[in-house]
Design a protein around this ligand. Sequence first.
Ligand code: GLU
Length: 322
Amino acid sequence: MPYAGRFAPSPTGTLHAGSLVAALASWLDARAHGGRWLVRIEDVDTPRCLPGADTTILQQLATCGLVPDEPPVWQSQRGALYEQALQRLVEQGLAYPCACSRKDIEQALQQAGQHKPRHGELVYPGTCRSGLYGRSARAWRLYTGRCMERTHPQKQPPARMEIAQTATEFIATKDATLHWSDRRLGPQTQDVEHEVGDFVLRRADGLWAYQLAVVVDDAAQGITDVVRGQDLADNTARQILLQRALQLPTPRYLHTPLVLGANGEKLSKQNGAQPLDLHDPLAALQAAATKLGLPAGSASTIPEALHHWVTAWSAHYLKGTA
Ligand code: GLU
C-alpha cells in the first residue's frame, strides 16, 4: 500500500509548540517515504471546538511550509461513515447500548472495590453488557471482550451465544492482552478489557467518540503510518481493537516526544499553552526539529531547512522500517 500519513488536529485551540512537533514529524515521515501527507480536522467534539481555529491551524501550517497534498477533511462532515461503522459493529454483536451515567459507573466500581480512575477515566465495569433492563440507552460501547475473542482465530465463539454467557466464558478463558510495536517506543502491550474497559463509540450527547472517528477515517483515507504525540500512545490498543472488529488494516504507529510546560506537564491547549509565535516560523520549526532529535542545521529558509530535516529524519527514524 502506498505510504499515506496525516496530521489530525482538534480545533479546540490553535497550534502550539507541542502540536507543531507532531505536525512536522508526520510531514517529514511522509516526505522521507515519498508518500502523501494529509490534514484532517478532528472537530467531532463540537462543544470544545473554537470557532475559526481550524482556519488558523491551516494557515499556521502553511506559514511553516507544511501544506497537505489533498484538500483537508472535517470530521464533522463525516457522520454517515461513523454511523455505518457503528451499525456494522452492532450487527456483529460487538457494540451495545449503555444506560450508565458517570455516577452509576462510580457506584458500580466502588461496590466492586475498584474505584481508581486510570488517567482520569473510569474503567467501565461492563454493567450494560447483559442488557438495559428497562433503562434508556445513553451511549454506545465496544464490547472489548468479544473483540479480543475475534482476534484469536483459534478461539472463535460459537455462532449463537447469550450475551451474559459470552461475557463470563470469555473472562474465564482469554488472553486479553494486545501487543503492538511503536516505531519509536518499541514493543507495547495493553489489556484493553481490564485496563480500559468497554469504551464509548457514541457518547450520551449523541456525539461520535474520538476512537471510532479516528479509526474509520484513518482507514477511509488509506493511512499507512500514524505519527502523532506520545500523549496519544495509550489510545493505540483501543484503535487496533476497533480496526480488527471492523476488519480494517492497522497502520504503523510512531509517537513523538512531548513538549513539557514550565510545570513539567505536557504542553496542551487544556493547560493554557501559548499559541505559536510565527513571527519567525523558521525558529519555531527549529525548536520542533530539536525536540525530534534532528540537528538544527544552518538553513536560512524554510524549504532548505525542511529538505535538510527529511534527510536527517530518514537517518534517525527510518532505520529498518522503510
Ligand atoms: N485530534 C487528536 C488531537 O488533536 C489527534 C488524533 C490523532 O492523531 O490520532 O489530539
